[in-house]
Write a protein that binds this ligand. Structure first.
Ligand code: G6P
Length: 341
């Protein structure tokens, strides 16, 4: 009997501790970054802060929609990655918060009060070297060439940061949405940014619209890829971190934001992942990487459409709907033709 009593007490203590740990020492991060990038940063934090960090991955807009639709008890804690200052359509889903390190960022003032600056991520073109042959690809215009019709891929601008930012870049060349229209008419859309790099790497497409760290990761894996910063202008994404608004914000979430924007972690991101830190006091130790970054023909802020995300998407989405109408018209007329003759 005594043994049974002791066993019950041990089980109660263990389950109680488990519950205590679950409640106090567990946070959930939403992130569109590839697992190999974000998971290693979170693992380090878990060790230093003795907290369990769960990761929910997906395209930026899919994650933001999940947050908007979640009940309070299902809500995670912070979003890491994505151009959140552009992508967040429901600011009330997030808590205004400025990381302790914002003053060290390249942009000392937050674009919006609920997003802390994190890192800078150029959007890039990737080309399959085994397929492209002697077709010249220096920028977006080259991707619209006749010989590349149907052989270029991009991710859905409605769901992904990457697709959206590339369409903004194309529009910024001549401030003309027709350029976006011409590109969409000749290229193929996929639902995830990760599929773009996969399908170019595997040879399904000759070229695609991706982003620097994904392209570099696949090149380092040995795929026959070449990364190009669009010559007409390269969009430099200001990736951010946002704190999800909820009744009980875990203090560890704010600690994680300050950890990810700290000089130590930002230097690790720059050195180990060759990613451009968002801090003005962190430099790539690799001189080659630093020089390459300085040569990128970054699009000036003034040249980027100031439409809101919703307005810009309506502008190009109309075109996508129109594209369907054009397709139906052509096919319907040919159906009529065959029926009639
Ligand atoms: C862009 C952003 C990154 C993001 C990546 C994938 O490159 O700069 O922060 O991780 O897109 O996000 P997406 O929504 O395109 O899957």
């Amino acid at each position: 009997m005594k043994k049974f009593f002791v066993l019950v007490c041990i089980l109660l203590i263990v389950s109680g501790c488990g519950k205590w740990n679950n409640h106090q020492e567990r946070i959930t991060v939403y992130s569109p970054y590839p697992r190999e990038l974000i998971r290693s940063l979170l693992n380090d934090f878990e060790q230093t802060e003795n907290v369990k960090v769960e990761l929910k991955q997906g395209s930026t807009q899919v994650l933001l929609r999940e947050i908007h639709q979640a009940d309070e008890d299902e809500l995670g804690d912070i979003v890491v990655g994505g151009v959140l200052s552009e992508m967040i359509e429901h600011p009330d889903d997030f808590e205004a918060y400025e990381s302790k390190n914002q003053k060290y960022m390249k942009y000392a003032k937050q674009k919006v009060p609920y997003v802390s600056d994190f890192i800078l991520m150029p959007t890039t073109i990737v080309v399959n070297k085994d397929l492209i042959g002697n077709i010249k690809v220096r920028g977006y215009k080259d991707l619209c060439a006749e010989e590349l019709k149907g052989k270029v891929v991009y991710s859905n601008p409605l769901e992904t940061t990457t697709g959206y930012q590339h369409m903004k870049a194309i529009e910024s060349i001549n401030h003309n949405v027709d350029d976006v229209k011409d590109f969409m008419a000749t290229a193929n859309k996929v639902d995830k940014s990760s599929k773009v790099i996969q399908e170019v790497a595997n040879g399904k497409y000759y070229a695609g619209l991706s982003y620097e760290s994904d392209a570099k990761a696949y090149i380092n894996k040995g795929y026959p890829l070449k990364m190009i910063y669009p010559s007409e202008g390269t969009m430099l994404n200001h990736d951010g971190i946002a704190l999800v608004k909820k009744e009980n914000i875990n203090p560890k979430s704010k600690k994680l934001i300050n950890y990810l924007t700290s000089k130590k972690v930002q230097q690790k991101i720059a050195d180990e992942y060759k990613i451009q830190s968002g801090r003005k006091d962190v430099f790539n130790q690799n001189k080659q990487v630093a020089a390459k970054f300085r040569e990128i023909p970054v699009i000036e802020d003034d040249d980027i459409s100031h439409l809101t995300r919703k307005q810009f998407l309506e502008l190009i989405q109309w075109y996508q709907l129109n594209l369907i109408n054009v397709w139906l018209e052509n096919h319907y007329l040919s159906l009529l033709y065959y029926r009639h003759f």
